[in-house]
Design a protein around this ligand. Structure first.
Ligand SMILES: [Zn+2]
Ligand SMILES: [Zn+2]
Ligand SMILES: [Zn+2]
Length: 223
């Protein structure tokens, strides 16, 4: 009996972890990222399945021939401003497709893709609780509702989201004015979009070294 229970539970857990309870999909895999060599070969894209070397923070990469050329005592400048050396680089293979991470609901134990739940795993990696949207909907009908999920407006802004949101608001207010003029209405009578928020849930700051030949051409055109 104990064995049977164990098997059932195990199968259940495996099924839950297999598909997202919001989108119903299984593993969400992304394209292999482009990895550029920081060595002397000239920022060549590191091929799929090729061996390369990277620092602990995975800031920079070196292809095999360039790694071979590195001197043991030469400081290696990383894109994040830190410095490392050859002995601290680790060998990797360019064969891993990044996969969307999961978050488990503390209430129903279902597994959900972090992107589907708008859950920021990088920010909440220590001790965050998470209740899925389905449990929130159920709890609304109960006597002890779970405090509501955060809306889009509660998510933090960044420069990109502020700029997009502002741009959309400007474009919309011009469109409202145009409609009001065309129809000879007061602006208050024009139907408006409400609760429109723009947030960036994933962004990456990365410095990319430009080859000397290219930078001398580009510098003059950069404002
Ligand atoms: Zn999903
Ligand atoms: Zn190289
Ligand atoms: Zn749940």
């Amino acid at each position: 009996m104990i064995g049977l229970n164990f098997d059932l539970n195990f199968e259940n857990e495996a099924r839950k972890a297999d598909s997202c309870s919001l989108c119903g999909n299984h593993r969400r895999q992304y394209e292999l990222p482009s990895l550029f060599c920081s060595g002397s070969c000239g920022t060549r894209n590191i091929r799929r399945n090729a061996i390369y070397y990277t620092d602990r923070m995975k800031q920079n990469q070196w292809c095999e021939p360039c790694y071979g050329e590195l001197k043991d005592d030469t400081p290696l400048q990383l894109d994040n401003g830190k410095v490392t050396k050859k002995a601290h680089l680790q060998q990797m293979k360019n064969d891993k497709s990044p996969e969307e991470k999961w978050v488990q609901c503390d209430n129903c134990q279902d597994w959900i893709h972090q992107v589907c739940a708008l859950y920021n795993g990088a920010q909440n990696y220590k001790s965050a609780s998470f209740t899925c949207p389905k449990c929130h909907i159920k709890s609304e009908a109960s006597n002890t509702p779970i405090p509501g999920p955060k809306g889009a407006a509660d998510l933090p802004h960044c420069k990109l989201s502020e700029s997009i949101e502002k741009g959309i608001a400007n474009a919309l207010s011009k469109a409202y004015e145009k409609i009001a003029q065309e129809r000879n209405w007061k602006i208050a009578a024009v139907e408006k979009v409400e609760n429109l928020y723009v947030r960036v849930v994933s962004s990456l700051n990365k410095k990319q070294k430009v080859r000397d030949g290219v930078s001398s051409i580009v510098v003059e055109t950069v404002v």
